[in-house]
Design a protein around this ligand. Structure first.
Ligand code: NAD
Length: 344
């Protein structure tokens, strides 16, 4: 039964990830899922029946409802901006799936529109709320790992051609903005930047090896962080059968490794490690939907706190665009064959 209290939510776009939003909202005591919209009315009707909400085939109509406070935008990545602008103008707080959009100009237009309307904006990077990741970030920030040396992100994932063929936008430049880096690897790249801090420069190379898509299915990069440490990225959707992604942080006093969302190495000088080895973990390595729902729930709950306490959400629009900026620089570096210096 629907709760009678809490913030009213609507969802725009009813594909694979939208169900994570619907389930999260239905599980959160301070949230009520009121409506779902999809350009495919039958999809919207079926989902609305499953999750106990009203349905619309026109999101603008849905956004006219006064009882909707927050909207989740779950459309294809290159189609986040338009619904976000309409939502902001209608005074709704906005939750946007990653990537925030596919160009920095489109991200900035969204951020400015939300600021102008006085509504909150968050970009879903659910892994930021993973307690094991937070432990690594705190170890780095507190100086426990010592002077930063190297931060690496390895995302050796696999998606079959059918994954790209199943939706007309996936792997396209207009709908996805690229492929493996901007869609899949972006999660771990965001974690890398959240720990290591801003990037000064990027060398990169991308390739399309095993799929018939416009975007890349393999991308490599060498980063220099502003703190002087170096970084490495290997991201792919061509590595069969797909391995849990790894974030490796090395400081002069120690190393911490997160694999598939679980700390698998914690080797810090003078500290006894109680890590027993690789545990079973849920990762999107070979199936995008085998991810835990806890991250989406935690991030939507943070957005509710941000609205009620009138503070910025943990991943606001500016935080949301950081990993995108680095990924677009990798594309540019690959195209130009040059080191790209990032603007601040
Ligand atoms: N946070 C995560 O772990 C995670 C996982 C998967 C996908 N995502 C993100 O969620 C978004 C959707 O991905 P998905 O895998 O659910 O896709 P999907 O193809 O399953 O669903 C996309 C939805 O958007 C709609 N859509 C597509 N193009 C549109 C357009 N031009 N105008 C209006 N609606 C349009 C489709 O009808 C569909 O309802 C993407 O931005 C993706 O990067 C995030």
């Amino acid at each position: 039964m629907k709760s009678e209290t809490g913030l009213g939510f609507g969802i725009i776009g009813m594909g694979a990830i939208a169900a994570f939003h619907a389930k999260s909202i239905n599980n959160l005591p301070r949230a009520r899922l009121l409506a779902i919209s999809s350009r495919n009315a039958e999809k919207a009707r079926l989902a609305a029946a499953e999750f106990g909400a009203d349905y619309y085939s026109n999101f603008e109509k849905m956004l006219q409802r006064d009882d909707i406070d927050v909207v989740c935008i779950c459309t294809a990545s290159g189609y986040h901006l338009q619904p976000a602008l309409v939502a902001a103008r209608a005074g709704k707080h906005v939750i946007v799936e990653k990537p925030l959009e596919i160009s920095l100009e489109r991200c900035d237009e969204m951020i400015a529109a939300c600021e102008k309307a006085g509504v909150k904006l968050t970009c879903i990077f659910q892994n930021r709320f993973n307690p094991d990741f937070i432990k690594i970030k705190q170890a780095f920030t507190s100086g426990k790992l010592g002077k930063p040396v190297l931060g690496s992100a390895y995302i050796k994932w696999f998606r079959p051609q059918e994954y790209y063929d199943a939706a007309d936008w996936r792997g396209t430049l207009a709908g996805d903005g690229g492929a493996a880096l901007i869609n899949q690897s972006i999660h771990t790249i965001d974690l890398l930047l959240t720990v290591m801090g801003p990037v000064r420069s990027v060398y990169g190379k991308i390739a399309t090896r095993t799929h018939k898509i416009e975007g890349e299915d393999l991308g490599l990069a060498v980063l220099q962080f502003k703190n002087g440490a170096l970084g490495l990225i290997e991201g792919s959707t061509s590595i069969y059968p797909g391995y849990p992604e790894r974030l490796e942080i090395h400081g002069e006093k120690g190393t911490a490794v997160l694999e598939g969302g679980v700390i698998t190495r914690w080797d810090i000088a003078g500290e006894k490690s109680n890590i027993k080895g690789v545990k079973n973990n849920k990762s999107g390595a070979s199936d995008p939907l085998v991810i835990p729902i806890a991250g989406h729930m935690a991030q939507i709950d943070d957005m509710i706190d941000a609205i009620l306490e009138n503070r910025a959400p943990v991943v606001d629009g500016r935080e949301g665009r950081k990993a995108l900026q680095v990924i677009l620089a990798i594309y540019q570096a690959s195209k130009s064959g040059k080191e790209i210096i990032l603007s601040t």
